[in-house]
Design a binder for this molecule. Structure first.
Ligand code: C2E
Ligand code: CA
Ligand code: CA
Ligand code: CA
Length: 281
């Protein structure tokens, strides 16, 4: 029995060792991913209601991992945030998004999105030269500032509201737009609307899931849309997966939607092909 206990312990220790090695391995491989050109940017369309035109796009990062294939952000962003690598990843996505959309606008202004939004992590908001970085991305790409939206989640904004507000004011002076992402999932959603200079509200998918069978939830979504409009904000509703949800939102006067029902995130080239055959979107 004693021996068995000892074996179990060794197995446990081995497993811990393995996990640690795998984490270190992942960390170093993620660190190299940027330099090796393994990151990919996908674009998901933001569509205007009721005409169904693509008016904007959100840039979402993927990792073409030579060992595991194409990876979704959920499988590597947490590690990137813990290690600070997220700043470099965000920076890459920012450049790629500005470059791609500017190119598209030049090539084919009739089908190009009018704006592109990129996600900024908490760590990034604290980088002292963030404003310079954004200005640099805009000037090297030639993308007009008004075509760039920076998406920040409520959890990020929560940190130090005075510092954050000053930071965002600085960014807005460049002419870029600020969006509150996942709106409604934080602790003080209304507080942000009062204290933080924002241009866009993105209503979180959790408010849309199950909405069609739930009158109370519909009223809530409707109220938030109206609130956003009264404050002069652009309101984008996320996570539309069904035609019924779109129909309801349209009745509510919702003007911008995003979700699998309208289009999944795909590489820019693929989106351009879809746009060339508008029946698909
Ligand atoms: P997010 O910013 O809220 O992005 C929306 C996520 O919802 C995306 O997942 C998108 O693919 C997914 N989505 C869109 N429409 C639907 C729908 O109709 N149904 C469902 N079930 N999902 C939908 P994705 O690409 O896996 O990204 C997950 C999260 O990872 C993002 O959430 C964002 O927080 C983070 N992320 C992605 N790219 C970046 C990046 O470049 N930088 C940073 N800092 N974070 C990123
Ligand atoms: Ca987002
Ligand atoms: Ca979101
Ligand atoms: Ca989210």
């Amino acid at each position: 029995a004693k021996d068995q206990g000892k074996n179990r312990f060794l197995t446990f220790e081995n497993r811990m060792h393995e996990q640690l090695l795998s984490r270190l391995d992942q960390e170093s491989r993620l660190r190299d991913a940027v330099h090796r050109g393994e990151l990919r940017m996908h674009l998901q369309p933001v569509v205007s209601v009721p005409d169904g035109q693509m008016v904007g796009a959100e840039a979402l990062v993927r990792w073409q991992d030579p060992q595991h294939g194409l990876r979704q952000p959920g499988s590597f962003i947490p590690l990137a945030e813990e290690t600070g690598m997220i700043v470099e990843i965000d920076r890459w996505v920012l450049m790629e998004a500005c470059r791609t959309i500017k190119q598209w606008q030049d090539d084919d202004p009739a089908t190009a999105p009018a704006w592109v939004s990129v996600n900024l992590s908490a760590a990034h908001l604290e980088v002292p030269d963030l404003t310079d970085r954004i200005a640099y991305a805009l000037s090297t790409s030639g993308l007009p500032a008004r075509c760039l939206v920076l998406e920040l989640t409520e959890t990020i904004l929560m940190r130090d509201i005075a510092v954050t507000a000053a930071r965002l004011e600085e960014l807005r002076e460049l002419g870029v737009k600020i969006a509150i992402d996942d709106f409604g999932t934080g602790y003080s959603s209304l507080g942000y609307l009062r204290d933080i200079p924002v241009d866009v509200l993105k209503i979180d998918r959790s408010f849309i899931t199950g909405m069609t069978g739930n009158g109370r939830q519909q009223e809530l979504v409707n109220a938030v849309i109206q609130l956003g409009h009264m404050l002069g904000l652009r309101v984008v509703v996320e996570g539309i997966e069904e035609a019924d949800q779109l129909a309801l939102l349209s009745v509510m006067g919702c003007k911008f939607v995003q979700g699998y029902h309208l289009g999944r995130p795909v590489p820019a080239d693929e989106l351009r092909v879809l746009r060339a055959a508008p029946a698909v979107l």
